[in-house]
Design a protein. Structure first.
Length: 150
């Protein structure tokens, strides 16, 4: 399941449509132009267009899969424990931070949007205000105190 914000899902649907319609049309045009140049075995324009076609089709499949398996994040009903969509005030090394637990498609750690699949996101899920947890991150172990679930 891909947890995702509605806005991000709409953005992915739009991108998928552009790849399916515009991307395919442009690549088909390039392939036709390259075929006119002659021998396809030594035609770099044709080879490049085919590679672009393969990349485009892989991206279409990837986006289609994300969209089909998307579960839109809504505001959690409960503020008793942390779930996807929760905003959480925490203290890390005495410094207050605010995290919003989002799906991996929406994560932006510099903005405090933490993926539910990241080490911190996984560690926070299910915990309550007042809990103190240890999280192993690439730079070591961090002790996080959960101050408030918004």
């Amino acid at each position: 399941m891909n947890y995702i914000l509605k806005e991000k899902l709409d953005e992915l649907k739009s991108k998928l449509k552009r790849l399916e319609i515009g991307g395919r049309k442009e690549i088909a045009r390039r392939l036709e132009e390259a075929k006119k140049l002659g021998d396809l075995s030594e035609n770099s324009e044709y080879t490049t267009a085919r590679e672009d076609q393969e990349r485009n089709e892989r991206k279409i499949i990837e986006l289609d899969n994300i969209i089909k398996n998307a579960l839109i994040i809504t505001t959690p009903i409960s503020t008793n424990s942390i779930g996807i969509g929760s905003s959480v005030d925490v203290s890390i090394d005495g410094k207050k931070e605010v995290f919003w637990i989002v799906g991996s498609q929406d994560s932006n750690p510099t903005q405090g949007e933490v993926s539910n699949q990241s080490p911190i996101g996984v560690a926070l899920l299910g915990h309550k205000a007042g809990d103190v947890i240890e999280v192993k991150i690439p730079r070591g172990i961090k002790v996080i105190k959960i101050l408030k679930i918004n």
